[in-house]
Design a protein around this ligand. Structure first.
Ligand code: HGY
Ligand code: MN
Ligand code: MN
Ligand code: MN
Length: 409
């Protein structure tokens, strides 16, 4: 069967329409998980999916499942999907591109009268970003069994709001159980969010796996005291100690190339210009694509903390989230490669630097991903940008990879 194309204008229009929900003055999107804006985005998506003939279900953690019937409904669906929630200073494409590419695949199948043996199912996963409620990839993580539903429903945001209550409040605490999901194959389309496709001038990234991650919360307990009357040798300054660890995180990542280390969140207490910081809470995000490396980086981090504690500041480290590097399914990777070749798109193999729901779906189903370039590799930034042509490429590859696995009848 000849490779099929999608409707590029329709895909782009849907991206621009969805981007208006939570749109920011700098041209990005702020649609934090389980806020009223997330609710609006979800409701618009469900409207579009139902108009495209999908049946829609919502599960107990708020994941949305949109199913296009197959000829044999006893078979597991071929799935795709991603997330609608964004970072606080997010862009128009991270996550949204994947869920709207899934919708465009269904719309294109409808236009071309395509029937598939396996049903087609699009998933909108809850709280992939892990920004408002940590950790990330919660919706897919509960379905894959990495997290229990109960522990996730009890997560709180910085204002103490409980995730389960927010889910109820926006009306997305669904009836469908989170257990027993199955896919014949699952593909996620996503912007690369990094610089490599653009640098290599490739149109499509064939994603063979995803790097592992370790997330920590670290709390430093020093002693608040007066900035003017406390001699330097009598201080117990929590910010000085934590700053040493910030530099150590960078040093550890650089000592384990191509690993990454980031401190993205830091809270100073009492955060007053003339009081010596008494306590600091900060996040630590370590990542690496090679099995076993995160264990070495973790060891170096705990050794660095032991040295800091010797100076008198006590440190509490909470390693609350972790997964080893993910390796995607070779048959799914081949389906993505075949579609890229059939469509004549330049392509390269690549490892996902970011976490994606597909990483957790790969726990229970054959999975792969499709990357498209983004301008200067920038993401998690309101200036995140890509072109209509690049969106068309990834979505066309998605359509054809899914048709390979869903078996056209
Ligand atoms: O952090 C990540 O990699 C993803 O964007 N949540
Ligand atoms: Mn994403
Ligand atoms: Mn993201
Ligand atoms: Mn089959």
């Amino acid at each position: 069967m000849e490779a099929l194309k999608i409707n590029s204008d329709r895909l782009w229009d849907s991206l621009m329409e969805m981007a208006k929900i939570g749109g920011t003055v700098k041209g990005g999107c702020c649609r934090l998980a389980l806020t009223d804006l997330d609710k609006q985005g979800r409701e618009l998506y469900i409207k579009w999916a139902e108009e495209a003939g999908c049946t829609v279900k919502v599960d107990a953690i708020g994941n949305i499942m949109c199913t296009r019937p197959g000829e044999d409904m006893s078979l597991p669906p071929v799935g795709t999907g991603s997330h609608l929630d964004t970072q606080p200073t997010g862009g128009k494409f991270d996550g949204v591109y994947g869920v709207l590419s899934g919708l465009e695949v269904v719309r294109s199948m409808n236009d071309q009268g395509i029937k598939t043996k396996h049903p087609i199912e699009i998933s909108v996963w809850t709280n992939e970003e892990g920004s408002r409620f940590a950790p990330a990839m919660m919706g897919s993580g509960v379905v894959s069994g990495r997290f229990t539903l109960e522990e996730i429903l009890d997560k709180k945001d910085v204002d103490g709001l409980r995730l389960g209550d927010e889910l109820e409040r926006i009306g997305f605490a669904g009836e469908t159980p989170v257990t027993g999901r199955d896919f014949h194959a699952f593909f996620e389309a996503h912007i690369e969010q990094g610089p490599y496709l653009e640098a290599e001038e490739k149109q499509v990234g064939i994603v063979t796996g995803g790097q592992g991650q370790r997330w920590y919360n670290a709390t430093f307990m020093g002693r608040e005291s007066h900035a003017g009357t406390t001699p330097m040798h009598l201080r117990n300054d929590a910010l000085i100690a934590s700053s040493q660890l910030v530099l150590k995180v960078e040093e550890i990542a650089k000592a384990h190339p191509p690993g990454c280390g980031t401190v993205g969140f830091m809270q100073v207490t009492p955060n007053s210009r003339n009081t010596i910081p008494g306590s600091i809470s900060m996040s630590i995000d370590l990542r690496h694509p090679i099995d076993g490396e995160l264990t070495l980086m973790d060891k170096a981090l705990t050794e660095a903390i032991a040295e800091i504690e010797a100076t008198g500041v006590s440190v509490e480290l909470d390693p609350f989230w972790y997964y080893e590097p993910i390796h995607f399914n070779t048959e799914c990777v081949s389906a993505v490669r075949k579609a890229s070749v059939d469509l004549g798109y330049s392509h390269m193999d690549i490892i996902a630097g970011a976490g994606h729901d597909a990483c957790y779906v790969s726990d229970f189903a054959p999975t792969s991903m499709i990357f498209t370039p983004c301008l200067n590799g920038i993401s998690h930034n309101e200036i995140e940008s890509t072109t209509q042509e690049e969106c068309e490429g990834g979505c066309s590859v998605l359509l054809n990879a899914m048709l390979t696995m869903a078996e056209v009848v």
